[in-house]
Structures are given as structure tokens and as C-alpha cells.
Design a protein around this ligand. Sequence first.
Ligand code: SF4
Length: 355
Amino acid sequence: MITRRKTRQIKVGSVKIGGGAGVSIQSMTKTDTRNVTKIVAQVKELEKLGCEIIRVAVKDSEAAKAIRKIKAKINIPLVADIHFRYNLAIESMNSGADKIRLNPGNIKTKEDIAQVVKLAKKKKIPIRIGVNSGSLPGMRQRLRGALNSEAMVKAASNYIKLFEALNFHDIIVSLKASDVVTTIDAYRRMAKVCNYPFHLGITAAGASECGIIKSAVGIGTLLAEGIGDTIRVSLTGQPEEEVLTAKGILTSLGLRASGVDIISCPTCGRCEVDLVKVVNKLTEKLSTANCQLPTRPLKVAIMGCVVNGPGEATDADIGIAAGKKNGTLFKKGKAVRKIKEEDFVKTLLKEIRNL
Ligand code: SF4
């Protein structure tokens, strides 16, 4: 069992962050925010996949105004990502943004922050203080390892003081570096000095496999230590992949209220079915947006032979221990019947839906 770090609770629209709430999944749209039709289509797809909070880039007034139209057509809370111009935060809040992300590296003056905080307080809108190793305030940090994570924590702490001086505590913190070890170290340090909830992520993690691995190691390590309240996987690629990866990270740690954790062996010379095909097919079916999943976490084991198969299948909610072109189906720890290899996926999907 993971003991979660105790934090304040912040509300982003209808989603609670920290203070015992489940770890929520975020993503960011990748098209121009001013093109409402495209953004809405992207958000709808992500919603279906399990994205719970969406962030959009606000680079000008037109983008800030578009938030109102986008919000009218989506169901999940929207975060406005603000850099350089504090007035875009004001415009975004007036357009209905549920949360604002500010970067301490480029919105710096007390006066600008005071303007944003004044309206955020009035509208009860939380602010994420989003430190990024690529845009640390002051001189550009080129220090590596522990020193860089220290600089990130210092930047966040100094920035937080400006908000606290204005009696504003509706804060979420992120400390993202492109380096996994630096990111982990920064969050661990920050966890010792504040009780604000954390948004976790590895920034600029790369594409596909590279980004997925870095994110899983970085975000997963912290979550396993109980650190982290909402996560965003950043990939050079489609946002759908970000959401599926985030779901996978949470499922693997037992931190999702629903979802299927697939346990399958690597196969070896003993295996007499095409296990790779079966597992890939099942994974693909379970990942589709319209797949009806049970409302609780499930373990599904698909094992290649009788060496470890019956053991893993017995421990899972549903499992198959394969034999020669067939397998034994296990349900809730008991062997129930033999099934043919070609029926593995169909049978598992049916059983998952019926649980
Ligand atoms: S469960 Fe069987 S097929 Fe799979 S890796 Fe182990 S020994 Fe090989």
C-alpha cells in the first residue's frame, strides 16, 4: 500500500487535487487554442480516454477569449497556460478558466502577480506554480544534479512566498526537469518544505518509448513514495498517448479507481500459443475509448504455460494459463474451464465486462 503525502486540497472545477483525492490525469492540447473546433475535438477524444483536466496554451488575447467557447463544449476543467504576459491570466480567468499555470521564470514582478491573485481570489481559481528547468528565474541554470534541483525548489519557494504574502494559498506546485533524477530530487526536497499538492511530470521527455520510459520512471518513483496528486505525461507526439501512459502508470501502482492491470509473461520455449498476439490484441481493445471497463481496478493474467501460469492466474481477478493451443480460464482464484487459443481475447473481454 502506498501512503500518500498529506497535502492541502485544491479544487480545479469539479476535480479535487490533493488532500486524499485520487491522483488525476492531465494532458495538454497540441493545436492552436484560437481554433476552437480543433481544440474541442481533441479534448473530447482525451476525455473519452480518461483525461480529467485539460491545459491549453494561451499565447494571446484571442486564445484567452477562445476559452469561453471551448469551455461551453467540453466537460472537464480547463487550465490556462500563461507565460510572459500576466494580463493573459486575467483574461483567461474572465473567460472561465478553472485554473491558471504561471511560470516563475517569466511572470516575475510583485505587481503583476498581485493583479492575478486579486482576481483568482475573487473567482476562487487555483494557480499552479510551474517551475521548469528550462526557464528558471534569474540567470539560466546550467548546474546539474542536486544543485539544479535545489535551484528549482528555491525558485518555487521564493515564488510561493509572494502568493502567501497576499494571503493566497490555492496553490499547486510543479518542478519539472527534463532529467529524471533531477526531477525526482526536486519534488522530494519540495515535499519537505510545503504542504501544497503537486502536479508531477518530466518535461521535454522525448517521443514515444523514450518519453514513456522517462515519465514512468520519474512519475512512478515519486508516486510510489506517496508524492504527487495529479500527473501529466509530456510526449513529443499525440496527447492520446500521454493519457494512456498516465493511466498505465497509475494502474501499475494501484492508484486508479478503475482500469485493467495486465500481467503477462515474457514467453519462452515452453509457450505453445501466440501469447504476444493475444496480449497485444487485448491491450489494444482495452485502450479504445469506447471500451466499457469495470468501475474498479482489475488484474488480468495471461500466462504462457503451467510453470508460472496457474499461480499468476489464481492471484488475478481473471487469468489464463496457456497449454498447447488452448488454456485454462481462472476466475477469482479458481480454474473454471478450458478455452481454445482463438477464443482467449473474446473470453477475457466478456469476463472483464461481467465482473
Ligand atoms: S510462464 Fe511459462 S511460457 Fe511464460 S515465461 Fe514462464 S516458463 Fe516461459
